[in-house]
Design a protein around this ligand. Structure first.
Ligand code: HEM
Length: 117
């Protein structure tokens, strides 16, 4: 039988490799730029209306303290001690929040498909 998207939960190591490739590849390091539409206060900082916001996704994908091996390719970054697949909170290559990538589901399916084609 051919492997399909539904089989991914039985394949923790493959899942870990795919996610680790995406982490290290860091394809959208600065996400998409945004702009505040009104005066905003965030964590004590005042950000005036019309400020360009440049998210830094690389900084979390390689952040020390968030990953077992932040600076090298290592599928163990996505495996717990029982070799189960786990996705750390810092994994956000599709960004986060209300405007995060709409194509995430499709992109994920294509990853699985491409790794067997
Ligand atoms: C691995 C592949 C992809 C990566 C890493 C990626 C990453 C991103 C990132 C970082 C953003 C910015 C989110 C933000 O502004 O906070 C974004 C936005 C977006 N992406 Fe993707 N993307 C991928 C594939 C796709 C695909 C396949 C589609 C559509 C079929 C897609 C559609 C969109 C759309 C429509 C937005 C804008 C969402 C909004 O502004 O509300 N992306 N993507």
């Amino acid at each position: 039988d051919q492997v399909s998207f539904e089989d991914r939960h039985q394949m923790p190591y493959v899942q870990a490799v795919i996610h680790e490739v995406q982490r290290v590849a860091d394809t959208a390091p600065l996400s998409l730029f945004h702009c505040t539409t009104k005066d905003t206060e965030l964590m004590g900082y005042s950000i005036p209306r019309g400020t360009v916001i440049i998210p830094n996704l690389s900084s979390v994908l390689f952040e020390e303290g968030q990953w077992k091996s932040p600076h090298v390719f290592d599928p163990e970054n996505f495996l717990n001690e029982k070799q189960e697949f786990v996705k750390p909170e810092a994994f956000m290559p599709f960004s986060t929040g209300q405007r995060m990538c709409l194509g995430e589901g499709l992109a994920r399916m294509e990853y699985i498909y491409c790794s067997w084609s």
